[in-house]
Design a protein. Structure first.
Length: 355
């Protein structure tokens, strides 16, 4: 419901017709009204009952079906010329809940680098968590850039390191795979705390196996699973959590049934590159350019075809099968951000444009 805000606002600005902005502003008003009434106050569940305007769903994630709602809060604030504090307030309520309930550090061999992701959770009334999945979707890679923008425009300087950690997380996910390309979805081994996280190979094997290792047999099973699935250190699984939705006409309740299947595709998505672009424009750190160039070379190497670039079906395979699909966002977003990363900072300046 929150994914049309920028487009409809800009459409009203260009045409002078307020009906487009009015439509999305009414949605925003309802999101604001319900933000403090959800099972995790500050966040919105993946699904909202638009008929009754209730927020009772228990699943929370910043991935698909939710990402744009959060991404557009600081961007809409800029697009409206900061004429209202509504979007700032909604963002600040959301980011505090994200830091408290979703944010975690992934355990990696590079202990000096803070690799941050956000989990998927099921919430109970009052903010308690029923279950946590330490899953990172590529779609969540938008968050580093979003937090970076907000840290600047809202003077939240303490959040800039979080923005960098989230961006570094997606860079790490790319660098970890044999092709140098992050899969659509992966599960990682979480740290007990954000500030300190020594590498523990035994814990990684336990997370891979999904149970404590009490015997040599358990260890060998975990090692075999790592080998069979081609799991890099720190990564527990590579899978796509999809949901088969069933609608009960009598109770008007949507029921989500997890359908786990191994999907190792990459669809040429822009989110990681966008966050690198934003963080490079904010910090000027040349290592971000280096990361973007590595990612582009890796993507180009295995996705280039005679007439374009194709999504691939297994990021673990140096010679993957191509799916013969090139989504429009490859041209509209991914290549745009790659071009801007290596352009002069005044070209499409973030001080003048909302991207």
């Amino acid at each position: 419901m929150g994914s049309l805000t920028l487009e409809f606002t800009r459409l009203s600005q260009l045409t002078g017709n307020p009906k487009y902005f009015d439509a999305v502003q009414r949605i925003t008003n309802e999101l604001e009204r319900g933000q403090s009434k959800t099972k995790i106050p500050g966040l919105w569940p993946l699904f909202i009952n638009a008929k009754d305007l209730t927020f009772d769903w228990s699943q929370y994630s910043l991935g698909g079906s939710a990402d744009s709602t959060y991404e557009y809060l600081p961007k809409e604030h800029i697009l409206l010329g900061a004429q209202t504090d509504q979007y700032r307030s909604m963002y600040e309520n959301a980011i505090e809940a994200i830091k408290k309930k979703l944010l975690f550090r992934a355990m990696t061999k590079d202990e000096d680098k803070q690799i941050l992701f956000t989990s998927n959770v099921r919430g109970l009334k009052g903010g308690a968590l029923h279950s946590v999945q330490y899953i990172q979707d590529h779609l969540k890679c938008f968050l580093g850039g979003t937090v970076g923008i907000a840290s600047k425009i809202f003077n939240r300087t303490e959040d800039l390191s979080i923005a960098r950690g989230l961006t570094d997380g997606c860079i790490w996910a790319y660098d970890s795979m044999p092709t140098g390309i992050m899969p659509e979805t992966l599960e990682v081994s979480p740290c007990a705390e954000i500030d300190k996280c020594p590498w523990d190979e035994g814990k990684w094997y336990e997370d891979v196996l999904g149970q404590p290792i009490h015997s040599r047999e358990h260890l060998e099973r975990a090692q075999k699973q790592v080998e069979d699935e081609g799991l890099p250190p720190g990564i527990v699984g590579i899978a796509d959590p999809t949901y088969k939705l069933r609608y009960n006409l009598h109770s008007t309740i949507l029921v989500a049934v997890p359908m786990w299947s191994v999907v190792l595709i990459i669809s040429l998505r822009p989110e990681a590159i966008e966050s690198i672009f934003i963080m490079y424009r904010i910090t000027g750190d040349k290592s971000l350019q280096d990361a973007a160039w590595r990612m582009f070379q890796s993507i180009d190497k295995v996705t280039r075809t005679k007439y374009g670039h194709s999504a691939i079906e297994d990021v673990r395979n140096p010679l993957p099968k191509m799916s013969n699909k090139m989504e429009s966002f490859w041209l509209a977003e991914t290549l745009k951000y790659l071009y801007l990363i290596f352009s002069e900072p005044n070209l499409v300046s973030l001080d003048e444009y909302v991207l």
